[in-house]
Design a protein around this ligand. Structure first.
Ligand code: PNS
Length: 159
């Protein structure tokens, strides 16, 4: 049986921390499906299409990674993709408290799905999409925070 995992998030935009989790997860699972949430309540800067496009471009060298967007409940997306594992990255204790609650809620919604946590690489532990956007807003240097190939795309939004 194929081991399919879903890595969900807003990815507004994808960071090097996200990409590191995707790469590492792709070595553990047969297929990793990156799920971009369309209707989160966070007023995203990038459209779902832009976010999917950026993620596809920076993961194009990883054979077993797919990228798709979703609306509604994560467990429904996991079901639609025939997956059974939800991957979450953890950076801080604050992440853990929120993710612990989400994992329990998703378990209550569908006990067949497991949430697997992956610790961030320490060199990415301070990076978040919010920080990237704030820095981009101040015309700061995004080198090392996001994949080099999407820096222009992010900066364009803040011209
Ligand atoms: O990158 P984020 O913003 O931390 O990602 C959060 C995400 C998309 C994983 C989470 O908000 C989510 O799963 N949303 C889908 C709706 C859902 O299933 N919520 C939990 C039950 S109410």
């Amino acid at each position: 049986m194929e081991r399919i995992a879903v890595y969900p998030g807003s990815f507004d935009p994808i960071t090097n921390g996200h990409l590191d989790i995707i790469r590492r997860a792709s070595r553990i699972y047969d297929k990793v499906i990156v799920g971009v949430l369309c209707n989160g309540g966070k007023n995203p800067v990038f459209t779902p299409e832009e976010r999917v496009c950026m993620i596809r471009s920076v993961t194009s060298d990883i054979q077993n990674v797919e990228v798709d967007s979703f609306t509604g409940l994560l467990v429904e997306f996991v079901k639609a993709k025939n997956a059974a594992v939800i991957i979450k990255g953890l950076r801080t204790v604050a992440d853990f408290e929120y993710e612990f609650q989400m994992a329990l809620l998703n378990k209550a919604l569908n006990p067949e799905y497991e949430t697997m946590f992956m610790m961030t690489d320490t060199k990415y532990s301070y990076i978040s999409s919010s920080m990237v956007k704030e820095l981009a807003g101040f015309k700061g240097d995004l080198t090392g925070l996001v994949p080099a190939s999407i820096i222009n795309k992010i900066q364009e939004k803040y011209k």
